[in-house]
Design a protein around this ligand. Structure first.
Ligand code: MN
Length: 261
C-alpha cells in the first residue's frame, strides 16, 4: 500500500484528501482486508485494476468489486463498512481516492454505486491511447459519474505499445489536478515546461487553464485526476473528515453511540 496523496497535500489538492495505490501478488499482503470501520463527511472512490474485493455496509448493502470496476461511496453522515478480498491468490491492484464533500452535504444520506468495468465509458484516440472515463468528461465522452460542487475528472490512460503517443486534456482553470503513473513513464507538458514523471510517482499539475499534454513511453498507464476545490477548512480524525474540531468530536460520539450502524 502506497499513500500517494498524503495529508500534507490536502490543501494543495483540495478537494482530494487521500490517494492510496495498492498492488501485490502476495496474499499475505492483502488477505486481512479492511474489516468493519466507519466513515463520515466525504466520498471514497475505489478503482480495482485487478482482483476481487467484497464490500458490505451497515445499511445492508453488499457488492463485489472486481477487475476494472469502481465503487463510488458517499459516506455522508456516516456508515460502517468492510472491504475484504475475495481471492486467496493472484494479483490485487488498484486505487482508493478520498474526495471531500462540501460542508452543506457532509451529513447527507449515505449512498453508493458499484460500476462494473463494462459500464465505464471508454474511447481510443487516433494515436491509440485507450481512455477510460470514470468521472467527468474527456473529448466529448461523459464518464460513469458526474458530481456537482467538486466536478471531478478521473481518467485511466493506457498508452499503446509504441513510444511517444500524446494525450491532451483540457481542464477548467478552477481545478486542482495531478497524475499518477503506474506503468512506464510520462512526460507532462504544461506552461511551456516538460517534466518527466516516472513509474509510481505523482505529478502535481500547475493547471493554468491551458490543460495538459501527456506523452507516454510504450505501454505507460497513468491516472489523471482533477477537481474543483471547496476552499473550506479541513478537519480530519482518521476516517472522519469534517470542517471543525467540534464536528469531529461529534462524529466520534455518534460512532460510539452506534449511530453509524
Ligand atoms: Mn473504507
Amino acid at each position: 500500500l502506497t499513500r500517494v496523496l498524503s495529508h500534507d497535500l490536502q490543501e494543495r489538492l483540495d478537494p482530494f484528501l487521500m490517494l492510496d495505490a495498492f498492488g501485490s501478488d502476495n496474499p499475505g499482503d492483502y488477505i486481512a482486508g479492511f474489516p468493519n470501520h466507519p466513515h463520515r463527511g466525504f466520498e471514497t472512490v475505489t478503482y480495482m485494476l485487478a482482483g476481487r474485493m467484497r464490500h458490505k455496509d451497515s445499511h445492508g448493502n453488499e457488492g463485489l468489486l472486481q477487475n476494472g470496476g469502481v465503487q463510488w461511496m458517499t459516506a455522508g453522515r456516516g456508515l460502517t463498512h468492510s472491504e475484504m478480498p475475495e481471492q486467496e491468490e493472484g494479483v490485487m491492484e488498484g486505487f482508493q481516492l478520498w474526495l471531500n464533500l462540501p460542508a452543506k452535504n457532509k451529513l447527507c444520506e449515505p449512498w453508493y454505486r458499484d460500476i462494473q468495468s463494462e459500464n465505464i465509458p471508454e474511447f481510443s484516440t487516433d494515436s491509440g491511447i485507450l481512455v477510460r472515463v470514470i468521472a467527468g468528461h474527456s473529448h466529448g465522452t461523459a464518464g460513469a459519474m458526474q458530481r456537482e460542487h467538486t466536478r471531478p475528472v478521473y481518467l485511466d490512460l493506457h498508452f499503446p505499445s509504441t513510444d511517444g503517443s500524446t494525450f491532451e486534456q483540457t481542464l477548467p482553470r478552477t481545478h486542482n489536478a495531478f497524475v499518477y503513473v503506474y506503468r512506464g513513464s510520462l512526460d507532462v507538458a504544461q506552461s511551456e515546461q516538460t517534466t518527466t514523471v516516472p513509474i509510481q510517482r505523482m505529478g502535481v499539475l500547475n493547471n493554468d487553464g491551458d490543460g495538459v499534454v501527456l506523452r507516454g513511453q510504450a505501454n505507460t498507464r497513468a491516472i489523471l485526476i482533477a477537481g474543483c476545490p471547496l476552499h473550506e477548512p479541513i478537519a480530519q480524525y482518521g476516517p472522519f473528515v469534517m470542517n471543525t474540531r467540534e464536528e469531529l468530536v461529534q462524529a466520534v460520539d455518534d460512532f460510539r453511540a452506534g449511530l453509524m450502524g
